[in-house]
Each structure stands twice: as C-alpha cells, then as structure tokens.
Design a protein around this ligand. Sequence first.
Ligand code: B1M
Length: 215
Amino acid sequence: MTENPIFQEAKNFIILQEKEKVAEITKKFIEDGGDPMEIMNKAFIPGINEVGDLFGRGQLFLPELMLSADAMLIATDLVNGALEGTANAQKKGGIVVLATVKGDVHDIGKCIVVSLMKANGFEVHDLGRDVDVDRIIEEAVKVKADVIGTSALLTTTMKQQKVLEEALKTAGLKDKIKTVVGGAPVTPRWAARIGADGYAEDAQDGIVKIKEMLN
Ligand code: B1M
C-alpha cells in the first residue's frame, strides 16, 4: 500500500521550519479523522530527526534547529491535545512521575510520553525538564509513585539516570519504585548497566513496559 503523501509534506514542513503550515496540516489531518500518533511517528519525528542529522553534520545551525524545534512543539501540542481528548478515565494505569533530567532541556519526546500515558489512564506527574534527581525522588515519594520515568537526550545528561538509580538505592526506595529510561541516546544496554527496571524506545513502548511492570 502506498503511504499517504501528507506524511512527506508534513515532514518537509518541520525541516523547512514552516510553523503555520505545520499547524494547518496537523489540524486538517486530525479533523479528517487521522490517528494523531500516526502523523507524529511517520512525519514529525522523522522530520526533526533529519534536522538533528543535518545539525550534527554542520549543514544546519542552531537558529534553524531552534525554529524547527518550535515547529515541532506546535505539532506536539496539537497531537497531545488530540490524545488527551481520547483519555479513558476508567482505566487505572498506575502513578507515574516523569521528567527530563537535570542539564537537559529537550522535552518534546517526554511531552509525547506524558500525553500517551494520560490517554492510557495513568496518573501522570510531569515535572518538566532540567529536573534534579532529588526533586524527582521527592515528588515520587509525595505522590506514592509506582514508576519514575526519565528522558535524556544528551550523552552528557544520560548519566543523571544512573545518579537516580544510586539515589534510590541510598534512600532504600529501589525495590519500591520502578524506573523506566528513554531518550535518543539511551539503549537497553545502558538501562541494564545502570540497573533501571526498564527501557522504552518510544512512547508506545513506554506504556507497554510500565504495564508489564505493574502487572
Ligand atoms: Co538538541 N541535540 N541540543 N535541541 N536536539 C540533539 C539531542 C542532538 C543529537 C543533535 C545533533 O547533534 N545531531 C545533540 C546531542 C548530541 C549528543 O549528546 N551527543 C543536541 C545538541 C548538541 C544540543 C545543544 C547542546 C546544542 C547547542 O546549544 N549547541 C543544546 C543542548 C541544550 C540542553 O539541553 N542543555 C540543544 C538544544 C536543542 C533545542 C532547544 C534547539 C531543541 C529542543 C527543544 C525542546 O525539546 N523543547 C533541540 C532539538 C529539537 C534536538 C533534536 C534535533 C530533536 C530532539 C527531539 O525532539 N526529537 C535532537 C536530534 C535527535 O534526537 N535526533 C537534538 C523528537 C522526539 C519525539 O524524540 O526526544 O528522542 P525523542 O523522544 C522519543 C524517544 O526517544 C522516546 O519516546 C519519544 C517519542 O518516540 N522517549 C521516551 C524519550 N524519552 C522517553 C521517556 C520514556 C519513554 C520513551 O519513559 C520514561
């Protein structure tokens, strides 16, 4: 089956930093009954990944990266709004504290994870980005979290996920609160090495892993 050409068009709008066109195409796709996660996974994420590759190769610079990120945030907000509209309050998925780790401002992926978890009936406490390990643990204790999920996008900040594991052990909480790690540089090997309970490749995988843990 041939792929819907709208995905290539939407991907290009992210690469070309066309914020208004991103908003238009996303709204139209959703209004026409499209699955919001489909346009996210097939157009916007490949688009921003391509921007990241161009930036990594020095073919695109920080101001352009920031404009593409703004366009991506518009798409994410619209997709997340549509996902939250589908939330099923009947399902009880458990209590999850989510954050992007200290030193890291990348939160587009984490926001998608938050919305998809809410849509799947989890009680989500989103601490935002650049969040200190002590703050994450404090909130997890306060809300009696079943799971702490962290996102890290930089090779320098993923070490914070290890700091979290060590702090949980020191506080005697390691066997009480499960942990899931995610983010572009994070791998299953890293998760195993630092003693995290789970690794999630994407938002959907995060839901699957947390559900497995809580069963
Ligand atoms: Co930055 N950046 N950035 N950036 N940026 C990367 C990460 C980079 C790989 C680009 C590159 O060089 N090719 C590179 C890191 C290199 C490295 O560490 N080795 C990089 C750099 C260098 C930087 C700066 C240092 C640039 C500078 O200032 N010179 C700076 C750092 C700032 C800081 O954090 N201290 C910086 C800044 C920025 C912007 C602010 C411009 C912007 C972020 C805006 C924002 O998030 N609000 C930005 C962006 C957009 C990117 C890229 C292009 C895209 C990231 C993204 O949003 N992807 C990125 C390149 C890339 O990753 N390919 C890059 C889409 C998003 C949906 O995916 O976040 O991976 P992702 O989330 C996925 C999965 O990973 C998973 O599910 C999500 C959905 O599928 N997931 C989880 C993530 N967390 C999860 C948690 C879970 C479960 C699943 O459970 C807990």
